[in-house]
Ligand binder design. Structure first.
Ligand SMILES: Nc1ncnc2c1ncn2[C@@H]1O[C@H](COP(=O)(O)OP(=O)(O)OP(=O)(O)O)[C@@H](O)[C@H]1O
Length: 941
């Protein structure tokens, strides 16, 4: 017996009990009454003045409340509660008598426990006197303290069920062979309650309540029995039903997961989440009408997710995320999001729980996976019901999922589906007009997420232009910080000026040493590694930050990540760019999620448990696996991430996209710089003969190759770290090809190499291997020896580590990837270094490609960014050299021969003549005319 009653309550209970006993005695004495089941007697006189009915009412089956002597006793406060609130009922008859196991308990009885004289086994049984042994609750009554409560205040009655003793045979059966009517828990005096339970029907209450409804309607005419009541608000998120007694109403109440009975006021109250459902049920009852809550109308019929008044609050929903573990649980499982609108309950079998599932309108059972799924709008109701099943433990959806899908869960009225078009009128029109449709959608998404997002488009889809546009939308909050791999710092600076022409020339500050100021520009561009060396300046905060290749931050233990995270968390706008968000390795995604939404998973461990299949090992936790990946993807896509694959937007992409990558000048050492500067100066003076000119240019070209090696390798390694799985690298000089090969070997990256020394017979098998093998990531190719006759379409990225003055050769080389079999748009990156021969070659190449394009001979023009390199010819001295290059090579009738000759020169200049010399000779094998020329050339040397 609960000890929490006041004296007044006890007194009233006793008073009611006495009244009930008296009325019962009267009825028994009255002729013609005794044989009718109490459930069929509705005596208006038994209604109290306040409208509540006292006295006869449906009796819980089994003669609950009977003492051994067969005399009803007054209702205990516990009895007056709905059983789930701590009532100690009997166990179902298929459990051993007195069993205390959790699985044998029920959080609340089926409706019939109160309203129907039979246990709700089957329709047939309803017509018969119960065959099962009947139990009643013996003297041991649990105290409040002995009954642990769920978060919602209900007690886990597993602890409350104690000793049960069979009822004295038939002592309490009515003449109809049914147990006699017992006390109404609301108003009547009565004895402590014991219940019959269905052995199977878990959430049978609703169904049974309907059986009850039909029975009732057969007996009562609506006009005679209609009981009027109303719903009133009860606290922040509950409502109370003020109504007199109706057995069928009580039966239905007991099917509502959030029900609570207040013995003091003798009223039932419920969560607003259940309001619609309850009103719907009431509408079906013939004998009761309820006035709706103030502020609603028949709105009660509207599902709660569409109704403001009845929506579950986000707070209520979030409550389900904590305190869900049940020590008594036997069947354990979890809820998992399986689409934007549905969730699945991944759990073992329990009949009662299946009954609950079957009450959900949106239920769906997947025969293959043997899992049940539901619409998110059913989540609150389902979780409420599951929470009241003590033997079932279902891990709820995580908080971030609840927060993100609040609209679908019915906790907000805002529609999350459509992303509005952002107002970009304040942004440079050049960039706005230049956005492809899917890029515009990316910008809209970013702005709808208030500038905090992970832009995870496939590689080459133009994340740069989108990021610049998003950042420009927040230009008032600049200075801007851009964190990038060091090899593309200057490319970023170029892109800003190209796309935002309104920027003044000095607005970009590319940081090249740890001593540079991090904040001196309007746009500050820094590499990951330099950022981590600028600890003192890291106290500066930026409101807007772009992080290119943000997966570089995947490891929280690295210096770069430790340096960047506080800045990102403090910033107002965080634009992360990654073409390879490690969705299959969730642990690697954590830092990026935390950077964009620190509140989602404040602790890595909870993220690890849910998405990394975290396992405790002898040495600590292992987070290297993955779990619930689908949910993670839906969560990220709904909240912070936008990702489009190339295949999805292919129709908007050109067949080829050429990009110029300005490689870092500090990659060139001081000595080489000086040599190059001297050569430039010398060439600007001019030469007497064409031959002299060409030789000087070739030497310059050769020095350029040496100068670029370091930056080229850095760029290739960055590409690999960014997740590029397959690409081609073209170079001309042997030293460059060798340096790349050595680095790939050092890093154990699978590659093939085709240069002039590769026998023709071997080329084919090398190409075939590259096409099919996932282990071969890079094809290292000589511009002159591998620009034709090979197919390498399994790659969709071509990198030119060096330039070549004949654009026809370059286009042919590009087409190793861009050919039949290619299903994607091909990205082509030209690496260009300032202060080298590139400065002269590049404008020339660009111009020629434009001409080819105009003539329909080249499928693609250079992108806007590529054109941004016009500045290369601003120096009049440079112009002279540029003209020199044009004169020397552009007018040459046979550029390829020239290239071969240069390769031979290259071979001669290197002590290891083997490859290059061989290269030239091999090339000759394809053309007798060329062979002759090269042999002539070698002979001349
Ligand atoms: N709207 C556009 N108009 C013109 N050129 C564009 C546009 N969008 C992208 N490009 C060009 O496409 C090329 C690829 O763009 P970008 O380098 O931004 O791709 P990305 O998504 O960052 O690729 P990665 O992940 O490989 O770095 C660049 O040359 C860029 O200038």
């Amino acid at each position: 017996m609960s000890s929490g009653l006041t004296e007044e309550q006890k007194r009233r209970i006793e008073e009611n009990r006495q009244k009930a006993l008296a009325r019962r005695a009267e009825r028994r004495a009255a002729p013609g009454e005794g044989g009718r089941p109490a459930s069929q007697r509705l005596d208006p006189a038994s209604l109290q003045q306040d409208g509540r009915r006292v006295g006869s009412c449906h009796q819980p089956p089994g003669g609950q409340g009977q003492q051994k002597d067969g005399v009803e006793k007054g209702p205990s406060p516990v009895d007056a509660h709905p059983p789930a609130a701590g009532l100690c009922g009997v166990q179902p008859n298929n459990y051993p008598q007195g069993s205390n196991q959790a699985g044998a308990t029920r959080p609340f009885p089926p409706a019939d426990a109160w309203s129907h004289p039979h246990p709700p086994h089957s329709g047939a049984q309803h017509q018969q006197a119960p065959q099962q042994p009947k139990y009643y609750l013996a003297s041991k009554n649990p105290t409040e303290a002995s009954c642990p409560r769920f978060a919602d205040g209900e007690r886990t009655d597993a602890h409350c069920r104690t000793e049960y003793t069979p009822l004295p045979s038939d002592s309490m059966l009515t003449d109809a062979g049914r147990p006699p009517c017992g006390p109404c828990p609301e108003t009547c005096g009565g004895s402590s309650v014991s219940h019959f339970y269905s052995t199977v029907q878990p959430f049978a209450p609703l169904k049974e309540a309907k059986v009850q409804k039909r029975d009732s309607s057969a007996v009562h005419s609506k006009a005679r029995c209609a009981l009027k009541g109303r719903c009133v608000r009860h606290g922040e998120d509950r409502f109370q039903v003020e109504v007199g007694y109706s057995a069928e109403l009580i039966a239905m109440f007991k099917t509502v997961p959030s029900r609570s009975y207040d013995p003091a006021t003798k009223m039932w109250n419920f969560s607003l989440e259940d309001y619609c459902h309850l009103m719907k049920e009431v509408k079906e009852l013939s004998s009761v009408t309820l006035a709706p809550l103030e502020g609603t109308d028949a709105a009660s019929q509207v599902p709660f997710s569409n109704s403001i008044t009845t929506s579950p609050t986000l707070k209520t929903l979030l409550k389900t995320c904590s305190g869900w573990q049940k020590p008594s649980a036997i069947v354990k499982g979890k809820c998992v999001l399986i689409s934007r609108s549905r969730f699945e309950v991944d759990i073992g079998y329990d009949a009662e729980m299946i009954g609950v599932f079957k009450q959900m309108g949106s239920r769906n059972y997947d025969m293959k996976t043997r899992k049940w799924s539901f619409l998110l709008e059913d989540y609150p109701r389902l979780m409420g019901a599951i929470q009241s099943l003590p033997s079932i433990e279902a891990e709820p959806l995580p908080k971030p999922v609840i927060q993100t899908f609040a609209a679908q869960l019915g906790a907000t009225t805002t529609c999350a589906a459509d992303i509005p078009d952002a107002d970009l009128s304040a942004v440079d029109s050049k960039i706005v007009a230049g956005l492809m449709p899917f890029q515009r959608e990316g910008v809209n998404f970013a702005i709808s997420r208030e500038g905090r997002l992970l832009l995870a488009d496939d590689m080459g889809l133009g994340k740069t232009i989108q990021a610049i546009c998003i950042a420009a939308y927040y230009q008032k909050e600049w200075p801007l910080l851009v964190v990038t791999p060091s090899s593309v710092r200057f490319t970023w600076a170029e892109a800003f000026h190209r796309w935002l022409p309104s920027l003044s020339p000095g607005s970009t500050n590319v940081i090249v040493t740890g001593k540079d100021s991090l904040t001196s520009g309007l746009i500050n561009i820094v590499s990951f590694d330099l950022l981590s060396k600028m600890d003192k300046q890291l106290k500066e905060t930026f409101q807007v930050i772009i992080v290119d290749e943000s997966h570089f931050l995947k490891n929280i233990k690295t210096a770069r990540c430790r340096a960047a995270m506080p800045l990102l968390k403090a910033a107002k706008r965080v634009i992360l760019l990654s073409g390879t968000p490690a969705l299959s390795r969730p642990a690697e995604l954590y830092t990026q999620i935390a950077a964009v939404r620190p509140s989602f998973f404040p602790q890595f461990h909870s993220f690890g448990l849910r998405y990394c299949d975290a396992k405790k090992m002898p040495w600590g936790w292992d987070y290297s696996r993955s779990s619930n990946l689908g949910e993670l993807k839906f969560l990220l896509e709904e909240s912070i991430m936008i990702r489009r694959l190339k295949s999805e937007v292919l129709s908007q992409l050109p067949a080829k996209q050429r990009t110029v990558v300005v490689v870092a000048p500090e990659g060139i050492n001081a000595k080489t710089k000086a040599v190059l500067a001297a050569a430039t100066k010398e060439m600007a003076k001019g030469y007497k003969t064409k031959q002299e000119e060409k030789e000087a240019l070739l030497l310059f070209y050769n020095r350029t190759a040496e100068a670029k090696i370091r930056s080229v390798i850095e760029y290739i390694l960055d590409l690999l770290e960014s997740g590029r799985e397959k690409f081609l690298v073209f170079a001309h000089h042997k030293i460059v090809l060798d340096a790349i090969s050595e680095e790939l070997e050092k890093k154990r990256v699978g590659y093939i190499r085709i240069d002039g020394s590769t026998p023709s017979a071997e080329r084919q098998s090398l190409c075939q291997n590259f096409q099919v093998s996932e282990k071969l990531s890079v094809a290292v190719l000589s511009i002159t020896a591998a620009n034709m006759g090979v197919t390498l379409s399994s790659a969709d990225l071509v990198v030119f580590a060096e330039l070549f003055w004949n654009p026809g050769v370059l286009i042919q080389a590009e087409d190793r990837a861009h050919r039949i079999g290619q299903t994607s748009s091909v990205s082509i990156h030209y690496l260009v270094a300032k202060g080298t021969a590139d400065v002269f070659l590049w404008p020339m190449i660009q111009e020629k490609i434009k001409v080819l394009g105009a003539a329909g001979l080249s499928e693609a023009n250079f992108s806007e960014t590529a054109e941004a390199t016009d500045y290369f010819v601003k120096d009049p001295r440079q112009k002279t050299i540029y003209d020199l290059f044009q004169k020397a090579f552009a007018d040459d009738g046979d550029d390829l021969d020239e290239a071969l000759r240069m390769e031979a020169v290259d071979a001669c200049q290197n002590p290891d003549l083997g490859r290059a010399g061989q290269s030239a000779k091999d090339s000759c094998s394809e053309s007798p005319r060329k062979k002759q020329r090269i042999e002539d050339f070698f002979c001349k040397q």
